[in-house]
Design a protein around this ligand. Structure first.
Ligand SMILES: [Fe+2]
Length: 371
């Protein structure tokens, strides 16, 4: 059969899943890589960045998980990146050094472990204001956009917000067009074209989580009651993500603080999880595979729908986790199984989700305190 006629397949052939395997990049690997590109020319945007390419990824797209691009960057003292914007939304963590972020008319001085979000299509630039190299890690949904062949990036004349081409001050055409019609008892509706080209917008802003402001809140999760069965973490919440509890529209980022010799139960979820170990050592069991990790390592620790658990060794572990959880909530695809092998599979965001044992602890006078 020639290629042109071979476009139809039996459904079982094209719907079979091949999951990516867990994947760990050692701290020394990305550090050596950054030292090497520090001596090479910058890219057209003045950046020196390394993209992680998972062994199972398409070579031209990369990504540490399907749809999640992770890249490390280095910026020499006095150097700056050029203003640019992309239709990806991005979450950054400054690993070390001192930089100034310019975006959206704002100017932010950032230091070690400060984190920030750049919304889509918002021009931004970084300048190293310190005396040593600054290094950062960025998580972006660019990999998903590349799979969809719609990734966009361009240089900008400045870091000021580009003027919208809208019709501010005018009546919205969709309001003139009217609310359409409900067709029947199921709630199905029809709407005019004007709704497609002028959906309601949500203000999305540059946000900064300064380490010095987050740090005082970490002991309170570390010291939660030992009987508490939830995770000891804070979510870095961006109010623009609303009920989807994200840091960007696609990802949440959380900062976990885990006690020595503690573990999480084995569970699985459609969202992919990437752990960047900031402090401590431990191992993860992912679909039967053991991954040992230490501070500086970054890992696809939970490929979507693979069972996994995390085990923390002798020290307190501080772990930055990024998951494409809000993306899945938006598409009603966030299936989650907290107890393996026989616990219920819930579709989070479309039904009541799982509980922790907070209520029983409160009843027993053992309420965990978070400050
Ligand atoms: Fe998980």
């Amino acid at each position: 059969m020639d290629q042109a006629s071979n476009v139809l397949f039996r459904s079982e052939g094209v719907r079979r899943l091949e999951q990516w395997r867990p994947f760990l990049v050692k701290g020394e690997q990305w550090q050596v890589g950054l030292d090497a590109i520090a001596r090479e020319p910058a890219d057209v945007y003045g950046r020196r960045e390394l993209l992680i390419r998972h062994a199972d990824s398409e070579p031209s797209i990369g990504g540490l998980a399907p749809g999640i691009e992770v890249r490390f960057g280095t910026l020499a003292p006095g150097h700056a990146t050029l203003p640019c914007r992309t239709n990806a939304s991005e979450f950054f963590l400054l690993i070390d050094g001192g930089i100034e972020l310019d975006s959206d008319g704002g100017n932010y001085a950032l230091g070690k472990r400060d984190a920030w979000v750049i919304p889509a299509m918002r021009s931004h630039a970084l300048r190293n204001t310190g005396s040593a190299a600054a290094r950062y890690v960025c998580y972006s949904n660019a990999a998903m956009l590349k799979y969809m062949r719609v990734f966009f990036e361009q240089a900008c004349p400045s870091t000021q917000r580009m003027a919208a081409a809208g019709l501010n001050g005018f009546t919205r055409a969709r309001d003139i067009a009217g609310p359409g019609h409900q067709l029947n008892e199921t709630g199905a509706r029809i709407l005019p074209y004007e709704y497609l080209v002028d959906p309601d917008s949500v203000e999305s802003r540059v946000l900064v989580w300064r380490w010095g402001e987050l740090l005082p809140h970490l002991p309170s999760v570390l010291n939660l009651h030992p009987d508490y069965d939830g995770r000891t973490l804070w979510v870095l919440y961006n109010p623009a993500t609303g009920r989807r509890v994200g840091t960007t529209p696609s990802f949440f980022a959380s900062m976990a603080c885990a006690k020595p010799m503690s573990s999480t139960a084995s569970h699985r979820h459609a969202s992919a999880a990437i752990n960047f170990i900031l402090e401590g050592t431990g191992h993860s069991l992912v679909d039967g595979e053991r991954m040992d990790w230490t501070a500086g390592d970054i890992m696809l620790s939970a490929p979507g729908w693979l069972a996994h658990s995390h085990h923390f060794h002798d020290d307190v572990c501080v772990v930055l986790t990024v998951q494409d959880h809000p993306l899945h909530i938006a598409t009603e695809s966030l299936i989650w199984q907290e107890q393996l092998p026989a616990g219920p599979i819930l579709n989070l965001g479309t039904q009541t989700g799982f509980s922790t044992n907070l209520a029983s602890l409160v009843g027993a006078g053992k309420k965990p305190e978070r400050e």
